[in-house]
Each structure stands twice: as C-alpha cells, then as structure tokens.
Design a protein around this ligand. Sequence first.
Ligand SMILES: *Cc1c(COP(=O)(O)O)cnc(C)c1O
Length: 394
Amino acid sequence: MIPAILPTYNRAPLAFVSGEGSWLVERGGRRYLDLGAGIAVNVLGHAHPALTEALTAQAGQLWHTSNLYEIPQQQELAERLVEATFADTVFFTNSGTEACELAVKMARKYWSTKGEDRATIVAFTGSFHGRSSAGIAAAGSKKMTDGFGPLLPGFVHVPFGDHDAFAEVMKRDDIAAVILEPIQGEGGIVPVPDQCLKGLRDVCDRTGALMILDEVQCGMGRTGKLFAHEWAGVTPDIMMVAKGIGGGFPLGALLATEHAAAGMSAGTHGSTYGGNPLACAVGNAVMEVVADEAFLAEVRRKAGLLRQGLEGLVASHPDVFEVVRGSGLMLGLKCRVPVGDVIAAARDAEVLIVPAADETARLLPALNIGDDDIREALDRLDRAAAAVKAPQPA
Ligand SMILES: *Cc1c(COP(=O)(O)O)cnc(C)c1O
C-alpha cells in the first residue's frame, strides 16, 4: 500500500521536535549536531531569536495580501538585495525551482523582445537547478528526467570542465544564456575555479549570451562572501537565490540587471505567494544579520577552523575519505566508501551530514555555528569514520 506521504524520499528514521542553534532534538530526546542545516537553509541555525521575533511580529499583524498591492516588507528586502549585489531588480518566489523557471523565462524573453531567435540555454553536467520541468531539463541528468518526457526543449549540456566543448557550443547563433552553479551542490560540492568563471563571463560578454548563476545553495553568505561569484570578481546578469535567504521560511528570489530584465513588463510573470509579508519579514531579518562584513568575516574564520579539522580527519582516515573540497562553510568529504555508510555512521554518532553525488558527504552548517560545536562535530565525525568499515581487499 502506498504510504500517506508520496514515497519520493528515502527518509532517515528520525523526527525532530525542536532545535536551538546548531542542535536538533529528536522525539526520543537525543540531541544531534546539525551540519546539514536543512540543506543549507537554516543559515542562522534553529530558533534564532531575531528570526523568531520577525516572524511572530509579522504573524500578529498581517500574513498575506497579494502582489496586486504594494508590499512594504517586499520593497525593503528588494532594496537590500539591490544595494548588496550586482542586481537592479528582484522578483520573489517561494523556492529555488521557481527562481529557475523565471531565469529561463527572462533569458528567452530578453531575446524575443529584441526580435532575435535565441532560445537555447547552455548548462553543465552534474548540475542541479530544481525539480520543475524547466529545472530537470536544465540539469539534464537521466536520474531526474527519466520517464518525465517530453522534456522542455532548448537546453544543451556541456561536460563540466570541458572548455573546448563549451567554446564550441558558444559558436552557435541561438544561445540565449548559460546557467551554472558557482559551486555544484547536489553534484558533490564541486567548485568552478575563479579563472573559469572569469573566462565564462568573457565568452558571455563576447557573444551577448546572458550569464545565469544559480546561487540557491552557495549564496547567502555560505562561502564567506554574500554570494559565491564575488570571489571571482565577476557578476552575472541573472541570479537565482533561495534556501538560506528565508533562514527556514520558504523564500526565493531572482535577481537581475536592468538590461537582462528588459523584457519583463507588467503581466509577463507572477506569483500568488512570492514575496508575501511573512516571508519577506523573515528575509529582511536574515539579510540584516548575514549581509554584514563582520558576520561574513566570522564565517570565513569558522570555515578555516572546520576545513583544517576536516583535512586532519581525512589524514586520519585515508581508507574512508579521499579529499575535502568546497569553499567556506560549503564543504564536501569525498568518500572512498559508499557515502550512505558515512552518513549512517555519522547519524549513529549523533551528527547530521548530507549526501551528494560522487560519493560525497556535504557539510553545510549554520553560518553562526560556534567554535565549540565545530570541535564537537569533528570529534563525532572522527568517531563515525572509525566505525565505518573500510572496504576489504578483494
Ligand atoms: C536546492 C537547489 C535548487 C532548488 O531549490 P528548491 O527550493 O528546492 O526548489 C536549485 N538549485 C540549486 C543549486 C539548489 O541547491
């Protein structure tokens, strides 16, 4: 018999009833150190007082009106994002997937408004852009698209890191945009080198193709800058944001330059919930804390501490781990054993980490995780690694 919840997830047998900072309390009372943060969502941990205050104050006043009216909380959040980034304009969504939908629509509308027949979007293998029809067509992996055809047409896929293949496809005259994550998240914490991001920007400038960056996972302070592309010193034309921006409240955003957004006039896009007062009240509270240079400097310092510890962990357990990769507090442990075994052993040691592709365990802790919690997490991961059975020689 099919379960009451559509069985699209293999869930761990854990149910949490409360949280505080980087800790989650399970129904039975066991306390888990949370290095997953709801997959890079709870950027300020659980039950952060400023977010709770923002949400409850707004909840007592007004939940929802409509985008038929002005929404001051949305206006304020848009202005904060415009102020802090390359962007001139913002559209709010409820998720990263919806930001992807608008990114694709905006890029195509840009060219159609110009009267040019350029609708094809270049994407990279190993990427993840959400689960809508556009999102799975953009990522293109068989795992996500199998059985869901016909797929949304107009996407071409270039092997990640294949510069020649990329240069070749960009010679086509129908390319509207390039979409990529500065650091692939679901793909196994695989950063695009700064030089490549710069090169990609150059090609986009030369061909006119719009550069769409998916910072749903790597953005909102995760790498120690507000957005990951800042490290490379380039700016996109369009950027998808979600996950961390709501700190746990469903919220996403699509940021764009005035140039890229040129086709998006009244009536060309919309959302019932996107940017409603509740979501934006929380989003403003998140931005208030995260978009602050002193806070980001702390993220970089903590990232150094965690990374150094993980390098030590890999050195101590060379039969379990191969390498640490990633940036800031978006780190991956590439495993020599099935990643599921590592995740399970970590769970037994009461520390939560998240699986990704390429046998990689992801560490995406709250950005305000304490130094003590980092040390405790490293101890627990060390215990977990010791418990993982090394593969037996054949
Ligand atoms: C999670 C994620 C998405 C999809 O976001 P949802 O909020 O789950 O729709 C898109 N792109 C990237 C890089 C992500 O990590």
